[in-house]
Each structure stands twice: as structure tokens, then as C-alpha cells.
Design a protein around this ligand. Sequence first.
Ligand SMILES: [Zn+2]
Length: 94
Amino acid sequence: MQVPSLIFVVSTGFGATLTMDCPFCSSARLRNSRTRAADILHLLVLRSPVRCHNCQERLFVPFWTAKEIRRATKLRREEERLRRSSEGSPRSRS
Ligand SMILES: [Zn+2]
């Protein structure tokens, strides 16, 4: 059974911290989800869809939180890319 995400957003939307956990599984690995036509009502109240990497649940968060998630995702990808490239060339840190 899916808990209505609206209740979650209303209860945590204001004063929400920049890092956010999934309300379904508590995973911190959230990413921005593609916007659908059915999301229009959420967009009108400045909420953006995000999806959990862990449980694949989709929920809505305030725009500013979604922006932080987007930034965190970008940083994480960049970090993984750097880690991979440094593993590829072990002498690059000398
Ligand atoms: Zn989750």
C-alpha cells in the first residue's frame, strides 16, 4: 500500500532539511523523476517529482528540495567519475 506522498510533503515541506530520506524506506538515495502530465497539480503548488533509488517509490518534494537533490546527484556522479578515473591510473596522485 502506498502512503499518499502529499501528506508527507505537507508535514515536512517547510523547514525541510537539504538532505532528505525516502519516507518509504529511509534511503538517502533520491533522484529527480521525469515530470508527467498528471503531475500538473503538484507543479502548481511548487512540488517536483523525485524517485527513490532503493525502493523505486515516486514522491513529490518542494522545488527547492528537488534542486538540492539534483545538485547532490550531480556531485555524486562527478565523484564516482573521478574515483573511476583515479583507479584507472594509479600514479596520478604522485
Ligand atoms: Zn525508498
